[in-house]
Write a new protein. Structure first.
Length: 181
């Protein structure tokens, strides 16, 4: 049997009105959205969700919900190139050796050689790698980047291409097809 705390730690995938995956939210937030009629359950059975009991209400919370209100898409801008955002993009690790100690910003093509302070030219490097690379390109220093630097993508796009929700969504669409037949 599942405890109440274990159930409340579960998450629900949220789809837009156009059935595009947006994010994951906790069950408590999903319940509020459903009760406020801002979202509707997606799914044809409670087998893929949870039954929540309160003193006055029994509610079936599915693993997927769809927003029913237009969520005036907020404008998203590519964040500025700064230490915090580059650390987030590079997962707080050196892009040359993988270390997570004494991290600094490094310009792949040094500014003295015409390199710009852009998302495609700035990476996180540990102090040791940054010092060794010095005022050279990685090729000149004989170093290789672990990942190619690129600008961050819109959070909804990042979520849609992530593996975090795909298994749940696959099962959901299998259920949809089964009920249409």
């Amino acid at each position: 049997m599942t405890s109440a705390m274990q159930v409340l730690e579960q998450s629900v995938v949220v789809f837009s009105q156009n059935y595009l995956p947006l994010c994951r939210i906790n069950i408590k937030r999903a319940i509020v959205l459903i009760l406020d009629k801002k979202a509707e359950p997606l799914g044809f059975s409670t087998a893929g969700g949870w039954r929540i009991h309160s003193p006055r209400l029994v509610l079936d919370v599915p693993k997927h919900i769809r927003l029913t209100v237009a969520s005036g898409e907020r404008m998203w801008k590519v964040p500025p190139v700064n230490r915090r955002e580059v650390l987030r993009r590079d997962h707080h690790s050196c892009q040359y050796c993988g270390s997570n100690k004494h991290l600094t910003l490094d310009h792949v093509i040094p500014r003295s050689q015409g390199g710009l302070h852009t998302w495609n030219n700035v990476v996180i490097a540990c102090a040791r790698c940054n010092s060794y690379k010095s005022n050279r390109t990685p090729l000149e220093a004989g170093m290789q980047l672990r990942t190619q630097p690129k600008p961050p993508v819109h959070p909804a796009i990042a979520f849609a291409v992530s593996e975090a929700w795909r298994n749940d969504a696959t099962q959901f669409w299998i259920n949809v097809q089964a009920n249409l037949e």
